[in-house]
Write a protein that binds this ligand. Structure first.
Ligand SMILES: Cc1cc2nc3c(=O)[nH]c(=O)nc-3n(C[C@H](O)[C@H](O)[C@H](O)COP(=O)(O)OP(=O)(O)OC[C@H]3O[C@@H](n4cnc5c(N)ncnc54)[C@H](O)[C@@H]3O)c2cc1C
Length: 209
């Protein structure tokens, strides 16, 4: 049995690994090259004193909705998720924006003729976020605990985001809202599986903010 471990890097993944090892009874040493912990999730005064900036990550649906982070007593250590009134807005050149509200129905109501298509795509996945996230944020190679849910997700997630947006939606504004989410793939939106980013971030925004 492993009794001690060294984790290199005190970003969110390194710290998660360190906590997991410590919970399993290991003596853990975390090595961090910089002066502060947190890696890409740090906040720092990068400009003027008192003005605190996110160094990398600023929007944390996958932390707020993570089964692992939810298992930690983070609030007892001062963590307080800030929920904006609107989780997401996709701005257009004419000054308007397509808005994602916490409620799938409210979002759909503002998407014109795509209301039904948006609701059909997002609502079943948002309703079952805890089961979905446990599957998609966990190890890949294991039998799915919720095969039908995973199949519903997978059949859409495997597509290129551009293809899914064009096939599922008729309104340019809905397609742009989805494309903006999917662009977090940092890949051309014609690539397979880029739809998964749009789906996961959209569903997470509805489910956890
Ligand atoms: C500009 C930008 C914006 C982002 N926005 C978001 C967002 O809004 N929401 C979101 O969820 N994610 C966002 N991300 C992604 C998020 O920041 C990363 O997914 C997350 O930080 C990865 O965590 P990690 O622990 O794997 O690595 P990191 O956070 O990169 O942490 C690695 C740590 O290891 C240390 N380290 C590296 N090498 C060594 C070494 N040899 N010895 C000692 N220490 C070492 C580093 O100093 C660092 O502290 C963003 C990323 C970037 C770059």
């Amino acid at each position: 049995m492993i009794r001690s471990a060294i984790v290199v890097g005190a970003g969110p993944n390194g710290l998660a690994a360190a906590v997991t090892l410590a919970r399993a009874g290991c003596e853990v040493t975390v090595l961090e090259a910089t002066e502060t912990l947190g890696g890409g999730s740090r906040t720092a005064e990068l400009t003027l004193p008192g003005f605190r900036h996110d160094v990398c990550s600023a929007i944390h649906p996958l932390a707020a909705g993570s089964p692992f982070f939810s298992s930690l007593p983070l609030a007892a250590h001062g963590l307080d998720w800030i929920q904006p009134e609107l989780p997401l807005a996709h701005p257009f050149d004419d000054g308007t924006a397509a808005v994602l509200y916490r409620s799938v129905d409210e979002t759909a109501r503002h998407l014109g003729s795509d209301a039904g298509a948006y609701r059909r795509m997002m609502a079943p996945l948002a309703r079952r976020w805890p089961q979905l996230v446990a599957q998609i944020l966990g190890p890949l190679l294991r039998p799915p605990a919720h095969p039908l849910l995973l199949a519903r997700f997978g059949v859409l997630a495997a597509l290129p985001a551009a293809g899914l947006a064009r096939r599922a939606f008729r309104e340019e504004r809905t397609r742009a809202l989805f494309a903006g989410l999917a662009a977090h793939a940092a890949l051309p939106l014609e690539q397979p599986f880029t739809a998964s980013f749009g789906l996961v971030l959209g569903v997470a925004a509805h489910a956890v903010g």
